[in-house]
Design a protein around this ligand. Structure first.
Ligand code: CO
Length: 311
């Protein structure tokens, strides 16, 4: 979306991209390590999100997107609201999905925290699926072959892959580029290339699940969609702030604390901007049968004979 104004000359060399991606990967990895201890029953979502985003900033990076803390049938895209009061329950699966960004170089990774420890098999299914995928990755491998490995690891445990979510290329200023890396064998012959940076993210659900997600009707994450004429003063103020601070990256409503008078006026302004087409909302994604979901994700650098795990 920003390719229009992006000057090819500012694109880093391949060496600089790889070095930057290793750094962004290490920062995201450190944040996931922290998540293992702070995402726990009784803790507030907003405290966890703030702590993880602060860690990324302390290391000189920005969150590549708002930290996602998605519970049970929520597969992805829940992030705390402004003044969120939710606490993690005593049991359930929390997908912690986060990334680090600096100068347009990005990382993306996720783990699943099992709050009570009672759903270890579903967690293991996506861990094993990611490990199987990683062992397959090298230049020239077809994305459908990776999907096949993921699907086999998940079904071996008696679970289902989520078929309409998948991995993606990670390029300069573009967190979700081609190729799409499926979580099942979709027959796509696209081959990985040496030097490509990709994220692989198996999602699994139970037999009761549909194996697919749909948009819910709520969202906390937005991105700038385009020019739109808005007259309402609060909406104009929010749009101006967003255009300056988040020209190309997703942001959370809670990141706009203080831009307008109150929580109510912020959310009213955001609604007006969505209606006007100025902002694109990214709704929370829900398993279509309401079944619980696990996820594991890493960012990788594809090499001639294998890959380097960056996160
Ligand atoms: Co991803």
């Amino acid at each position: 979306m920003i390719d229009d104004w992006m000057d090819e000359a500012e694109k880093p060399s391949r060496e600089a991209m790889e070095k930057g991606a290793r750094e962004a990967g290490a920062v995201a990895h450190a944040a996931l390590d922290m998540a293992r201890s702070i995402v726990k029953p009784g803790a507030k979502y907003i405290d966890a999100a703030n702590a993880l985003e602060s860690l990324i900033k302390e290391k000189g990076f920005e969150p590549a997107f708002p930290v996602n803390l998605s519970l049970n049938e929520q597969a992805a895209h829940y992030t705390p609201s402004l003044d969120d009061t939710l606490k993690f329950p005593d049991s359930g699966l929390v997908k912690v999905d986060l990334g680090a960004s600096k100068g347009g170089i990005l990382s993306d990774c996720a783990i699943t925290v099992d709050l009570s420890g009672s759903m270890q098999e579903l967690v293991a299914a996506t861990e094993e699926a990611l490990a199987a995928a990683i062992s397959t990755v090298k230049a020239g491998v077809k994305v459908s072959a990776i999907g096949q490995e993921i699907e086999a690891a998940i079904t071996k445990r008696g679970f289902k892959p989520i078929e309409n979510l998948g991995g993606h290329g990670v390029q300069f200023h573009d967190l979700h580029s081609s190729p799409f890396i499926p979580n099942y064998d979709n027959g796509d012959d696209t081959e990985l290339e040496e030097g490509e940076i990709i994220a692989i993210e198996p999602f699994a659900t139970t037999k009761e699940g549909r194996g697919a997600v749909a948009n819910s009707d709520t969202w906390e994450i937005y991105s700038l969609a385009g020019d739109a004429l808005v007259r309402q003063p609060d909406a104009r103020a929010v749009l101006k702030e967003v255009s300056a601070r988040y020209p190309s990256e997703p942001f959370a409503a809670r990141w706009l604390s203080g831009v307008v008078g109150s929580r109510f006026s912020l959310y009213s302004a955001l609604r007006a901007l969505v209606s006007a087409g100025a902002l694109e909302p990214h709704p929370t994604l829900i398993e279509m049968n309401g079944a619980v979901v696990s996820q594991k994700e890493a960012t990788l650098l594809v090499t001639k004979d294998s890959c380097e795990v960056l996160t």
